[in-house]
Design a protein around this ligand. Structure first.
Ligand SMILES: Nc1ncnc2c1ncn2[C@@H]1O[C@H](COP(=O)(O)OP(=O)(O)OP(=O)(O)O)[C@@H](O)[C@H]1O
Ligand SMILES: [Mg+2]
Length: 349
C-alpha cells in the first residue's frame, strides 16, 4: 500500500493559475482571518508533528474526514488520519478544525478516550496522529459475522465507552458524533472514545443524503437542528447499546434521511431484541427517551452498567461452577461404572 501522496506545496497555486483564478488560496485567507501567518501551527503547540516524521503503512479505514492509515512515529504504532482536500481547502472548516484540535489537546488523558499524539498542521499536509487500536472499531466487531462476543464482553466494552463519555462531559466536551464507528478497541479489548469534537466539521461537510452516516445514531433534537445538550450523546449511546444487543445497524433498510424522518416525525426506535438482559433493555429505553432531561447522565449510566456487569459475571461464575459440578458428577459416574464393570468382570473371572 502506497502512502498518501503529500500535496505538494505550490501545486494549489499552480492549478489556480492554470484556471486563470486570481483568488488567494483559502488557507491564506484563513491565515489572514486569524490575523497571523503562524497562527495555525501555534494552535497545535507542542503537539505539532512534522509530516516527514511519519512512516505510512496500510490504509485501515476511511471516513467523512479523510483516510486513516496505520503508521509509525518515533517507533510507536499510530493511526494517521489525513484530512481530505475538501476540508483542507476550506478556510472556515480549517478554522473549525484548529478549534477542535485545541479542545482535544487540552482534554486531560483518560484510559477510555483515544489519545491524540500529535497533529500535522503545515499546509497542505493536515493530519491527526493518534494511538493505534489494533481491533478496529466496535462497529467492525459487532457487524463481523464470525466475531463471537459474550454478554460480559459486550457490557464490559459498553462500560468502558460510558466511562470515556463521562470523562468528556465532566470536562464540558460534547461528542456530537457518538456511534459504534467512533468507539475503537485496542489489543487488550479496551474501548476508546474517538473523534469527539470533529463532528461539527464533519456536519459542515456533509448533507443528510448519504447512506450510512451518523444520522441513525443522532438524537431527535440534533436532527431537528434544535438546541441540544450533553443528553444528545446519551441518546446516541442508547443506540450503540441497542446495536450491541441486536448486532444490526440501527434502522437497517432505511437511509440516513429516512431514519432521521422516522425518528423526528414518529419518535421511531428499533425493537429491542427479546434476548437482551432486562437491566440493559431498561437502560437503553431510558437513554433514548424523547425528552432529553429524562435521559440519565453518564455517571448514572456507568453505575448501572457496573451493576449489570457484576451480575452477569456472577451468573457466568455460577454457570461455570454448575457445569464443572456436572462434569465432575459425570466423570465420577463414569469411573464408578468402570469400576463396577471391572468388578463384574473380575467376579466373572
Ligand atoms: N486510532 C485508530 N486505530 C485503529 N483503527 C482506526 C483508528 N482510527 C480510525 N480507525 C479505523 O478507520 C475507520 C474509519 O475511521 P474514521 O473516523 O475516518 O471514519 P468513521 O468513524 O467510520 O466515520 P466518521 O467520518 O463519521 O468519523 C474506523 O472505523 C476504524 O476502523
Ligand atoms: Mg470516526
Amino acid at each position: 500500500m502506497l502512502p498518501p501522496a503529500p500535496r505538494v506545496p505550490g501545486q494549489q497555486q499552480q492549478m489556480q493559475q492554470q484556471q486563470g483564478q486570481q483568488q488567494p488560496p483559502p488557507w491564506r485567507q484563513l491565515q489572514a482571518d486569524l490575523g497571523h501567518a503562524a497562527a495555525i501551527s501555534a494552535v497545535a503547540g507542542d503537539k505539532e508533528i512534522a509530516f516527514e516524521e511519519l512512516q505510512f503503512g496500510q490504509q485501515i479505514g476511511e471516513g467523512g474526514f479523510g483516510k486513516v492509515y496505520y503508521g509509525t512515529w518515533r517507533n510507536t504504532a499510530v493511526a494517521i488520519k489525513v484530512l481530505n482536500a475538501q476540508a483542507a481547502d476550506s478556510g472556515k472548516l480549517m478554522a473549525e478544525f484548529m478549534r477542535e484540535v485545541t479542545t482535544m489537546t487540552r482534554l486531560p488523558e483518560h484510559q477510555h478516550v483515544l489519545k491524540l499524539l500529535g497533529v500535522c498542521t503545515q499546509q497542505p499536509n493536515l493530519a491527526l496522529v493518534t494511538q493505534y487500536c489494533s481491533k478496529g472499531s466496535l462497529y467492525g466487531l459487532l457487524h463481523s459475522p464470525g466475531c463471537y462476543l459474550s454478554w460480559v464482553e459486550v457490557v464490559a466494552m459498553l462500560l468502558g465507552a460510558a466511562r470515556g463519555m463521562e470523562h468528556l462531559h465532566a470536562n464540558s466536551v460534547l461528542h456530537r458524533d457518538l456511534k459504534s464507528g467512533n468507539l475503537l478497541v485496542d489489543g487488550d479489548g479496551c474501548v476508546k472514545v474517538a473523534d469527539f469534537g470533529l463532528s461539527r466539521l464533519y456536519h459542515g461537510m456533509h448533507t443528510m443524503t448519504g447512506g450510512l452516516g451518523t444520522f441513525q445514531w443522532m438524537a431527535p433534537e440534533v436532527l431537528a437542528n434544535q438546541r441540544y445538550s450533553n443528553k444528545a450523546d446519551v441518546y446516541s449511546f442508547g443506540m450503540v447499546m441497542w446495536e450491541c444487543c441486536a448486532r444490526q445497524v440501527p434502522f437497517e433498510g432505511l437511509n440516513g434521511v429516512q431514519a432521521a424522518l422516522a425518528v423526528m416525525a414518529r419518535g421511531a426506535r428499533p425493537d429491542i431484541p427479546p434476548h437482551t438482559p432486562p437491566g440493559l433493555a431498561a437502560l437503553i429505553q431510558e437513554c433514548w427517551a424523547p425528552v432529553p432531561e429524562q435521559r440519565p447522565g453518564f455517571d448514572v449510566v456507568v453505575l448501572r452498567l457496573q451493576e449489570l456487569l457484576q451480575s452477569l459475571q456472577q451468573a457466568e461464575v455460577t454457570a461455570a461452577a454448575a457445569a464443572a459440578a456436572n462434569a465432575t458428577a459425570a466423570s465420577f459416574n463414569a469411573a464408578a461404572a468402570t469400576a463396577a464393570g471391572y468388578n463384574v468382570a473380575a467376579g466373572m473371572g
